[in-house]
Design a protein around this ligand. Structure first.
Ligand code: NAP
Length: 331
């Protein structure tokens, strides 16, 4: 009967949520054939939404968020994993409606579990987490659509965020010149260290004149912001370039015309990381641990304990975090 600590969201009255660290028991974890003692979790924007009671992410409370977890297999009824294996889980239903990485234990189906790639430890895997995996998936899909470094610069919006920071690091490692678009001027040195060739403010990617097609400013890009920023990325994308869209921190709206498609042959690429099939997942983790391995993981990470989560959840909701927030369990 193992007890463990978990950061739990409880609905105290309709629409009112209390967030606290409570003691849980492994017998109350959801069904699944792999029990994992979690060493590290990552904090994502999605976790903050779940913690705030966003029903589009989590339908039932009480709940333990945390879409990313790395740790050691404590029990396994699957031939794929043995006790003591180092593993990671990102996405699927973890932290959404299945208790997630903000608890010291998770229990999940073996089909969600990825063996820890040889060149990562449990912490560095969580510095990447869903953010790094999403940036890699975006690049993979853009390259499938024909993007190459020779076509020119890629732009990344929300550059100091988790996905943005990882994208700059991964894209530059893959040979691309990257423009970082950020609202934090004070973070330009950080962004350049990660590999950005230059930094621009948010306005650079937000055409107030709302031109359907404008002078090309990039050869492709990854957008985490949505709304007019996404429309602007499409409008100023060079011939046959790809704009990958993964986020909506600014707006879920997309008001665009067909002109960028008809006149410049651009591709608009959707990125959905959570349900990525295992075959592609393994392929991307292999790239992330070799030719796309980010070089500045320590600069990207802020390490926190479970007790500090509250503060960082509020910060991420406010767009005030930088890089990846990594939650270390235990002492
Ligand atoms: N589709 C998928 O599979 C997938 C996977 C992971 C994440 N996501 C989504 O991607 C987005 C980013 O996630 P994240 O974890 O990287 O979040 P994050 O760490 O909070 O980063 C978001 C960044 O966006 C910028 N930003 C914040 N509010 C903004 C606003 N109102 N207007 C313009 N820029 C703003 C800020 O960067 P600057 O200050 O540098 O501009 C902020 O650091 C979220 O919408 C998340 O849900 C999707």
């Amino acid at each position: 009967m193992t007890n463990f600590r978990a950061y739990r969201i409880v609905e105290t009255a309709p629409g009112k949520y209390d967030r606290k660290i409570v003691e849980q028991n492994i017998n109350n974890l959801p069904e699944g054939n792999v029990l994992i003692k979690v060493a590290y979790a990552g904090l994502n924007y999605k976790d903050a939404l779940s913690s705030a009671g966003h029903r589009g992410i989590t339908k039932e409370f009480p709940h333990t968020p945390g879409v990313d977890a790395s740790g050691v297999v404590a029990q396994s009824n699957s031939i794929l994993f043995q006790e003591g294996d180092q593993v990671l889980v990102t996405g699927y239903d973890l932290g959404m409606n299945t208790d997630g990485g903000f608890g010291e234990y998770i229990r999940v189906p073996a089909e969600w579990v990825v063996p820890l790639p040889a060149t990562f430890d449990l912490r560095s895997a969580m510095i990447l987490g869903t953010a790094g995996f999403t940036a890699a998936l975006a690049l993979y899909k853009m390259e499938m659509a024909g993007q190459t470094p020779q076509m020119g610069e890629l732009v990344v919006t929300g550059a100091t965020g988790g996905v943005g920071s990882m994208a700059i690091s991964i894209f530059s490692k893959a040979g691309y010149d990257v423009i970082a678009s950020s609202g934090k001027k004070s973070a330009y040195d950080y962004l350049k260290k990660l590999g950005a060739v230059r930094c621009e403010g948010r306005k650079f990617c937000n055409d107030e004149k709302k031109r359907p097609v404008a002078r090309p400013k990039w050869a492709g890009g990854l957008d985490t912001v949505g709304g007019n920023t996404l429309t602007s990325l499409m409008a100023s994308c060079g011939k046959n370039g790809s704009i990958a869209v993964c986020g909506l921190v600014g707006s879920p709206e997309l008001n665009a015309t067909v002109y960028p498609f008809l006149l410049n042959g651009i591709n608009l690429i959707g990125v959905e990381s959570a349900e990525t099939p295992m075959e592609i997942r393994i392929k991307l983790w292999n790239k992330l641990s070799s030719i796309w391995k980010p070089e500045h993981l320590d600069e990207i990470a802020t390490d926190i304990s479970l007790d500090q989560l509250d503060k960082y959840i509020l910060k991420i909701l406010d767009g005030k975090t930088q890089g990846r927030i990594v939650v270390k369990h235990g002492s």
